[in-house]
Design a protein around this ligand. Structure first.
Ligand code: 6LW
Length: 508
């Protein structure tokens, strides 16, 4: 079997197809529609669900875990704890989502008839051990759950009951670390077991094995890893954690995570792990992955950009927060509401600051390396303190905030916590601004990936920059973990009102 999947039309599409902190993609197809789920870690709501008709243009349509009963993240949930690596499947007229909450509830299964929600209450899976659970159904309806390691157990997906003991299936290449992210599929005459290995850093890769039954034995592909950028001079790094899907024309495609490091040595990535798309051909019963690049030839089918451009501005006129908004560990309606002051978002402080796990925060992912974020904040009306932050975790964030009659910029980098600059607050509500600018060309091996400019606008719109900070300190290579930058509004004392929030991509 040999299927060629890319057209010769001369048109192209851009990777990543889902920029920003959308890692560990899992994809499924239902008729003409494609759905994709990602990890969400310490953020609430969790597990973003995206929709596409063409695999290239994606729109977030919801978050599967948007009720506290589905997503319990205790206040002490560590950053990069919480929700890991989902698998999303369409089977028997329903959507199935299996995921791990590493901060308490373990492996959980959810179902929905509409992937945009609502999703069911969790079915607990006490007998499923290991992260990165996958579910697959045999022809006779038997359901197999495969987890990192790589091992497998039989599961009743309706009750969560498991049968027998976990069987070790495959460990990937001898000596390679972290065989994980398994996905099991029946394609043609074989069952294929796709995994990631080498760890989610520069050594990441994708490997595959095949067998005649879903339980093996599995024969590794002689060409493994079928995709890796380890050791390669390539703008996309850390490539791995993949899932396979068939396009509308019968061609095959892979979604996977990758990162875009910037700056000198060792390279810093600041947007988290992003979702990429790459074509796959089948040769002698093995998948051969095409070259993964920032720009690829468009698929052979007509592309279907969304009717409306992505909404980057929110005037807080809707009764509920839009799907892109995420908070930290919880989002009680009384702390985060558009109902108290119509047309404004009101944040009520719970006592914590950006340095704490339990802070009142509502933000969105940074999706472009160059972007400008602005929000109009009224702290005086609610006698509050709060502002606009760019955050990687509790120990790594920059912020511009209004507090005690001052606009001040604060930088938290590991154990260092400093007010970098401050000025008296102009009268009335004030526009706070954060802007990121990538380093243009890297001649210096020590240069960082970008600069982060923070300040406020005078009433006539003039930007007053209070600080321009090196972006490397808000990168995964410095902070560690699995997430990416998030821009957000927050309150640390009293009540703070935000009239609007505007995210403007400047390039990418
Ligand atoms: C996830 C693992 C991985 O569980 O990173 O890149 C972990 N792969 O499969 C967290 O996202």
């Amino acid at each position: 079997m040999r299927v060629t999947s890319v057209s010769e039309t001369g048109t192209t599409f851009s990777n990543p197809v889902i920029p920003g902190f959308y890692p560990d993609p899992s994809i499924c197809r239902a008729g003409d529609d494609y759905y994709l789920a990602c990890s969400s870690f310490e953020y609430f709501p969790g597990v973003p669900i995206l929709h596409s008709r063409d695999l290239v243009h994606w729109t977030q349509i919801g978050n599967a875990l948007d009720r506290p009963s589905q997503l319990r993240l205790p206040p002490d949930t560590a950053s990069s704890g919480g929700i890991y690596a989902p698998t999303l499947r369409h089977h028997d007229g329903r959507f199935w989502l299996i995921v791990t909450n590493v901060s308490g509830d373990g492996n959980l299964l959810f179902t929905a008839t509409d992937p945009g929600g609502p999703w069911s209450e969790p079915i607990r899976l006490p007998g499923v051990h290991g992260i990165d659970p996958d579910i697959a159904w045999d022809d006779d309806g038997t359901c197999w759950c495969t987890t990192a390691g790589v091992g497998q157990i039989r599961l009743d997906p309706h009750t969560g009951e498991t049968f027998g003991t976990r069987r070790q299936l495959w460990s990937g290449a001898p000596g390679a670390k972290a065989p994980e992210a398994p996905h099991l599929y029946r394609i043609g005459d074989y069952w294929y077991l796709l995994i990631a290995e080498g760890g989610t850093e520069r050594g990441h890769g994708v490997s595959i094995a095949r067998g005649r039954t879903p339980t093996g034995p599995f024969e590794p592909c002689p060409a493994n890893p079928i995709l890796t950028h380890r050791g390669a001079d390539h703008p996309i790094q850390n490539t791995g954690h993949a899932d396979l899907v068939q396009g509308p024309d019968g061609s095959w495609w892979m979604v996977l995570l990758g990162v875009r490091p910037g700056g000198g040595t060792p390279g810093w990535h600041v947007l988290g792990r992003e979702t990429y798309l790459v074509p796959v051909e089948w040769v002698d019963g093995w998948p051969v992955v095409g070259d993964l690049s920032p720009v690829l030839p468009a698929p052979s089918w007509p592309l279907q950009p969304p009717a409306a451009p992505p909404q980057h501005r929110d005037d807080f006129d809707a009764p509920e927060p839009a799907v892109q908004w995420i908070s930290l560990r919880q989002r009680p309606a009384e702390d985060c509401t558009t109902k108290q002051r119509p047309g404004w978002l009101t944040l009520r402080a719970r006592g914590g600051s950006l340095d704490d796990a339990d802070v009142t925060f509502m933000g969105r992912r940074q999706q472009h390396r160059s972007c400008r974020v602005r929000t109009l904040v009224d702290a005086a009306a609610g006698q509050g303190d709060g502002g606009l932050a760019v955050r990687l975790d509790e120990s790594h964030h920059y912020s511009v905030e209004v507090t005690s009659g001052q606009v001040r910029v604060r930088a938290r980098i590991g154990p260092l916590n400093t007010v970098v600059a401050s000025r008296p607050t102009p009268p009335g509500p004030v526009v706070l601004r954060v802007e990121t600018t990538p380093v243009a060309t890297v001649n210096d091996p020590r240069s960082g990936p970008d600069s982060v400019s923070l300040g406020f606008e005078e009433p006539d719109g003039t930007f007053v920059e209070l600080a321009s900070l090196d972006g490397r300190y808000l990168s995964t290579e410095v902070a560690g973990g699995f997430t990416g930058r998030v821009f957000g509004m927050y309150a640390t004392a009293g009540t703070v009102h935000f009239d609007w929030f505007d995210y403007e991509p400047l390039e990418d």
